[in-house]
Design a protein around this ligand. Structure first.
Ligand SMILES: *Cc1c(COP(=O)(O)O)cnc(C)c1O
Length: 432
């Protein structure tokens, strides 16, 4: 099916309205700076209070947040970093061109988060950091992972791009490891006009480093005309000419930085989006509960649920269908034919060409591979869906799961026995 789906996958993950429009209009008409004002600080303060960290520093995207987080790790050649393969490329991309060994850690079958038991076997004395994602908004098993990391002085970076609004035993993602990275892209749980990101952590020295890095690495103080770099002898003739004019005109730059600061317009919208966050996430959770109830009626389908104390933000809705070859395809085709847009998020990263060319291969993360190639489906689940769309989605899922069951029953009647999913070898070949 092409073009207009009755139930589209999210192009916007949030709802914006009159409060954002009014605040933005006032800022535009005020004539104030759109780059340097008070909104950024207010947005960051609110965000750090929400996340439960000493610092929240805004940047221009989630990708930039992850790049700067990796910068803070001070990785050296030969160091090792353990990462999850079940995430968007941006989580691991900052490691691509560093001389570090990347180890992909297989995932848990229910949550699709990094499996702590597998992680344990991948850690050694060269491991410097763990980069994980709270897949779909379901917080990873942070108690186990952080305990393991702390014992060995390993830093934990949380990619929280999906997890804004989630809770983990009363705490918020972004405060559970050492560094949290958030995204405010249009598709995420809240947005700052389409692009934006945030870093969260507790360390003073990191706050100073990120603040410099994101604003061209300037010292932040004007260099006195009598001090370096204006005291260079070759500049003396100019300085004598009218030195008092130059005195406050030179900002010292320490090393290469970048400009990754978030605009005032983005921050004022972000502040209002935080007010909406709870109701946005409640809507996501209500849609997910509705879909879970449908999945539960079908023995060949399943959808994972977090343990008590773990609160899913439902950035994504994920379910699984198992059966012989063709079962998942029947579900996807059945949904598509009924006007539901389906996505498979995400293709296991270690099988992408950029990681294959660096020596990674099928079989490295058997669970991530098996689930993605045979069982895994993501359905629309976002607050922009109307009640009618959610009704349609639930009915379409029910009917498409019946389509999938027909494939299983056909196979069983042909072979006269129960069939199983294709072997790992077969699914590995499908990746080539
Ligand atoms: C969206 C996303 C990012 C990147 O965020 P941007 O703001 O789009 O750069 C990183 N990681 C995950 C898991 C994401 O979903």
């Amino acid at each position: 099916m092409h073009g207009a789906y009755k139930v589209p996958y999210a192009s916007r993950g949030s709802i914006l309205g009159a409060t954002e429009a009014t605040a933005l209009g006032q800022l535009l008409e005020s004539g104030e700076s759109l780059s340097m004002g008070t909104w950024r600080e207010r947005f960051e303060r609110r965000f750090s209070e929400y996340a439960g960290t000493r610092y929240a520093l805004s940047v221009t995207s989630g990708t930039v947040a992850l790049e700067l987080a990796v910068h803070l790790l001070d990785l050296a050649p030969g160091d090792e970093v353990v990462v999850t393969p079940q995430t968007f490329q941006a989580t691991v991309q900052p490691l691509l061109d560093r001389q570090v060994r990347v180890r992909f850690c297989d995932i848990d079958r229910e949550s699709l988060n990094m499996d702590p038991a597998v992680l344990k076997g991948l850690i050694n004395d060269r491991t410097r950091a763990i980069l994980l994602v709270h897949y779909g908004g379901w917080p990873a098993e942070m108690d186990e992972i952080v305990t393991m990391a702390r014992e060995r002085g390993i830093l934990v970076v949380e990619d929280c791009a999906h997890a804004l609004g989630a809770r983990y035993d009363g705490r918020r993602p972004g405060s559970l490891g050492d560094i949290g990275c958030f995204s405010f892209h249009s598709s995420k749980n809240i947005t700052t006009l389409g692009e934006g990101g945030m870093l969260t952590f507790d360390r003073d020295d990191w706050a100073e480093r990120i603040d410099r890095l994101r604003s061209n690495e300037v010292d932040g103080v004007f260099v006195d005309g009598s001090a370096s770099p204006l005291d260079a002898p070759e500049l003396l003739p100019w300085m004598k000419y009218s030195s008092s004019v130059y005195r406050d005109a030179c900002l010292g730059v320490r090393r290469s930085g970048t400009n990754a600061t978030l605009s005032e317009a983005a921050c004022v919208v972000g502040l209002h989006q935080l007010d909406r966050l709870e109701s946005l996430v409640e809507r996501r959770r209500a849609i997910a509960a509705r879909l879970n109830a449908v999945v539960d009626r079908h023995p060949h389908a399943r959808a994972g649920r977090p343990r008590p104390g773990v609160h899913h933000a439902q950035h994504l809705y994920t379910c699984f269908v198992s059966g012989p070859r063709g079962t998942r395809e029947a579900l996807v085709r059945g949904l598509d034919a009924r006007g539901v847009e389906v996505q498979l998020r995400y293709f296991p990263l270690h099988l992408l060409p950029e990681w294959r060319s660096r020596g990674h291969e099928p079989g490295e993360c058997p669970v991530a591979e098996e689930l993605w190639f045979t069982e895994h489906v993501n359905l629309p689940c976002h607050p922009g869906l109307s009640d009618e769309q959610v009704d349609h989605l639930a009915d379409a899922l029910d009917a498409a799961l019946e389509d999938a069951r027909a494939v299983i029953e056909n196979a069983e009647s042909r072979t006269g026995s129960r069939t199983t999913v294709p072997s790992m070898k077969e699914t590995s070949h499908a990746a080539h």
